[in-house]
Write a protein that binds this ligand. Sequence first.
Ligand code: URA
Length: 428
Amino acid sequence: MAEAFDAVDIIRTKRDRGVLTDAQIDWTIDAYTRGAIADEQMSALNMAILLNGMNREEIARWTAAMIASGERMDFSSLGKPTADKHSTGGVGDKITLPLAPLVAVFGVAVPQLSGRGLGHTGGTLDKLESVPGWRASLSNEEMMAVLRDPGAVICAAGSGLAPADKKLYALRDVTGTVEAIPLIASSIMSKKIAEGTGTLVLDVKCGSGAFMKDEENARELARTMVALGQDAGVNTVALMTNMDTPLGLTAGNALEVEESVEVLAGGGPADVVELTVALAEEMLAGAGAADADPAAALKDGRAMDVWRRMIAAQGGDPDAPVPKAAEEHVITADQDGWLTELDAMAVGVAAWRLGAGRARKEDPVQAGAGVRMHAKPGDRVTAGQPLLTLCTDTPERFARAEESLEGAWSISSNEPTALAPLILDRIA
Ligand code: URA
């Protein structure tokens, strides 16, 4: 069968800053998904999009075509509102773990379809797989059963959801074309719209450990995604949050599960608690439960109760200890003073090199590998005190992890006057 368009013409149009028609976009996504556009042609088109951008209409059509490449889910039979959160990816970002059960406490179902880590950012499924017995893959029926009770499910997106994105994302990852606003926005929103959540709260990361390094680009990404969600009838808001420094005091799979459990037990680092509660308030308000008090449900054990039932429903043992790395290496402060910086990207790369992340999709991850932080910017430190503990089962990795941490922190003899806020903006 003759193809409706020629991929080379479409690449040339974008290369020369032209605008693609709806028919060209529909054909491109469909033809790439069924293999009629070669990877090298799609790579060239992705690079042209990264360099020359897309207008709002093109992004909306590209997103719609990706949704149409697969199935759409429908949670209407649950008989309760649904709310989901998606982060654009950061270091130490374990928020989904305490957040999903916390929101479910208030009768709002949380269908959290999650992914695995690639590169320096961690993946929610990799983290949860460090819980003994827990499994990420559920059938649609199993997923609906967990959404009914206990009300929150964190699981892998099935292969039928936006298959075009699965193929495109893997290609972007190896061709230096991840960081394009139209491609990130359409990738995230196609999955979330196809998933069928009623409310969506986006956590758009901004800073050294994020895809978007500066506020202007992060704001543009947030606005683009919010507009795509609203146009598709999904109640969407975005918080723009700081990712110059890691979230919490851990980066690594089992380490982050332990910290999440501390938060669910009413403790944990202040920034993780602050962001969990802020995102929960947005999800609950969007789902019609604005008077709920998520901070109280973290403190009094109600969120922990849902967490335990959610883990058990997917075969996990909430009481089993998570794996610990076989080897540790401590890095100490070389002077007295105040920690003024701890770079998120450097910590993320160190955790990845220690074995917490993967270089290729099929690589295994080490459950216990990662970085434990003993101080955060603003904390007083003394010479010789531990700053970071590096954890791995394979000690030959320490040297490369230490290399990535060179120059990653600053200690000043002056107390910092103001620290950057965690929540930078709200876009609705
Ligand atoms: N997360 C996604 O799902 N897609 C992107 O393009 C970037 C982050």
